[in-house]
Design a protein around this ligand. Sequence first.
Ligand code: GDP
Ligand code: GDP
Ligand code: MG
Length: 398
Amino acid sequence: MAFWNRKKNSDFISLNLTGPAETEPQSTASPEPVVEPPAPAIPNPVAPAPVALTLPEPVVPAPIIEKPVAPVPLPAPQSAPQSEDDERQGFFARFKTAVAKTRENLTERIEDVFKGKKQIDADTLDELEEILIGADIGVQTTMMIIEDVRKQVDRQTLKEVDELKRVIKQHLIDILEKATRSRGIASETSIPDDVQPYVMMVVGVNGVGKTTTIGKLAQRIKAEGNEVMICAADTFRAAASDQLAIWADRAGVPLIQQKQGTDPAAVLFDSLKAAKARNADVLIVDTAGRLHNKQNLMAELEKMKRVAQKEVPQAPHEVLLVVDAVTGQNGLSQAREFMKAAPVTGLVLTKLDGTAKGGIAVAIAKELNLPIRYCGIGEKAEDLIVFDSQAYVDGLFE
Ligand code: GDP
Ligand code: GDP
Ligand code: MG
């Protein structure tokens, strides 16, 4: 259940991901020296790096504005270390809370339909169909489930609502697990330890939660004992960098950014150089989310990749597509467009806490055929969980 355990066991600090959110303990006695002496930020950098279509080698180093790492006062850990069982339970509980609205919309309605009924008949199946579609699990999936249920009812192998729920659950788990196995990257643990820095690029339409997710990931991965850096390659909006800087400060990780309008590929190139110079384990890259001109976006992402690979041959090792659960089917079609522009390896489903249509997890896993890696379940740094098919589906039905 480790979140990020590429490090050797001896270096591995358990994250307690599954329990209540963990913040870094603050040592009162002898505080760890801050590795990064807070350097004053350069207020106004010199002109941005000249934007060349193919970056010539050697590249003139672009000015790097590096945010000082401000130690952030964090609350002391609340609870004693938990046992693995407690952890697992806590993890399931968090999923249950995250999908509470969807559960009401799905399971409680299913129970209402079957209340007082002795038989599952054509009418009940129609209502069931409507409920499943209403929870956004997708038309295809709904039809498949209804078909299977109808067959089992005809054969008289399915009579009770509890059995019905079991059948639905199994279908959902099968779909989610198939997507996990199909392609993409299901876990950081499959990445060789000698990959350094491990480069994660985060992509998606504006407003889906990319920057927030990066902040959460940075904090988590750092708490596991890794050196993390963030690259602000969303240079399109000035506010994007400011927002990212707040998250970087909070997590206490260095942020590499440049003036608004700088070529994102140049920022990434600088970030990779900086990450290598500092022996960073992980570099997380924020990107712009414009989609209305797919051709441009594709060219921009491709250029970033090309330039990155001059520094780190396999980069980016992971491309996470962020999808906003609240936007439902709409978000799904945006994601489909995005996948044409970027070599996505996995999904992050944000705002699961904010929707009664959390069934969209099933629809996106099925239709995009990619593993869901993480879920956003709130706006705070600790509101990120590793996606787990079983915990998700249990959360929907219990
Ligand atoms: P970006 O444009 O893709 O970088 O999106 P942002 O990270 O700026 O997030 C857009 C909004 O969504 C912000 O108000 C976030 O606080 C909010 N948000 C992001 N993730 C979550 C989540 O998991 N749950 C909730 N409730 N809000 C979220
Ligand atoms: P639009 O009206 O939103 O399409 O923006 P423009 O096409 O007027 O873009 C203004 C400038 O910003 C141009 O020089 C573009 O090359 C640049 N630009 C547009 N979109 C992006 C983006 O997503 N990322 C980056 N880095 N630059 C962009
Ligand atoms: Mg952003």
